[in-house]
Design a protein. Structure first.
Length: 299
């Protein structure tokens, strides 16, 4: 994966992703809106901007890359620096596409200009929602319907007698037909109901036997023990330890509370490792980039 793809992934989870020594992509959630001119409704989304002054390495991007590529934090930082150098070189001649985030270019003052991809929506709550356009509604003019002229009593008296008798006979035949048709429909419905009841009874009484069932498979998976911890701090109060844990996890660390020490203080770790060599490499990076007070605990 390229650096742009990692940035794209993190923008779904965080409101700010900083690329060290380059700038930060910042999101701001906006609500649904309607364009009354084009009759288009837009779902809620994250509005994306770029801030060239956010260049400090907060560890979020590097930790995510290190976890995905299964490399050290230092190697991930080097990978970011190489990608940024390539971006700066390409920007002198052309625009740089950052996955589905948007494009970067230089203006006349040699400043980075960001154009967001308006089709991308990094708000997970709006997943599956799309723009909806509706045609405009035009008002229909009222139409007046003239009433049909009524037949006068004098004309009704002039209707021949044989026409009246024929009309009465037609009405009688119609009533008889409707009645017979209703009886037939009722008989068909009763027949279908009896057939359906019979099928249901057969299904309920049926049994299914599998002669050769598949054998069960037992998987024995041993979890690698992580006994080397990089300690970020020790706290007497539980809520202080939980706040520190949430802070480290927000920055992208695989942080955890590893219990109390011999003084009864709750210890919070940046991360835990299976080997001492891995833990020492991570400790050097954390002491240099984040906290000089971090130290290694082996259990």
């Amino acid at each position: 994966m390229t650096l742009a793809n990692y940035i794209n992934d993190l923008l779904y989870r965080y409101d700010c992703v900083i690329v060290p020594n380059f700038g930060g992509f910042v999101t701001n959630t906006i609500g649904a809106r309607v364009n009354t001119t084009t009759h288009t409704m837009y779902p809620p989304k994250k509005q994306l901007t770029f801030n060239a002054y956010l260049q400090h390495n907060d560890g979020l991007l590097a930790n995510y890359i290190a976890s995905n590529k299964n490399i050290s934090f230092e190697q991930a930082t080097t990978f970011i620096a190489e990608e940024v150098a390539k971006w700066n070189k390409d920007l002198k001649t052309t625009a740089v596409e950052v996955a589905s985030v948007g494009s970067l270019s230089l203006n006349e003052a040699n400043q980075v200009v960001f154009e967001p991809n308006l089709t991308s929506n990094f708000l997970t709550a709006s997943f599956g929602l799309a723009e909806v356009s509706t045609p405009s509604v035009e008002r229909v003019k009222e139409v007046k319907v003239k009433s049909l002229p009524t037949v006068s009593e004098e004309k009704s008296k002039t209707i021949p007698l044989y026409i009246k008798r024929a009309a009465a006979a037609a009405v009688f035949v119609g009533v008889v037909y409707v009645g017979w048709n209703g009886i037939q429909n009722q008989q068909q419905q009763e027949l279908l109901a009896n057939q359906e009841e019979s099928v249901q009874k057969k299904i309920q009484s049926a049994t299914f036997v599998i002669d050769n069932p598949l054998p069960t498979i037992n998987l024995n998976v041993t979890k690698e023990a992580k006994n080397f911890h990089i300690i970020a701090g020790a706290f007497q109060e539980v809520h202080n330890a939980e706040n520190k844990l949430a802070e480290l996890q927000e920055k992208g660390y695989d942080a955890s509370i590893i219990g109390k020490n011999k003084f009864g203080l709750i210890q919070v770790a940046f991360a835990s490792y299976a080997t001492r060599s891995e833990a020492r490499k991570a400790l050097e990076t954390i002491k240099e980039m984040v906290s000089e007070d971090a130290w290694l605990l082996a259990k």
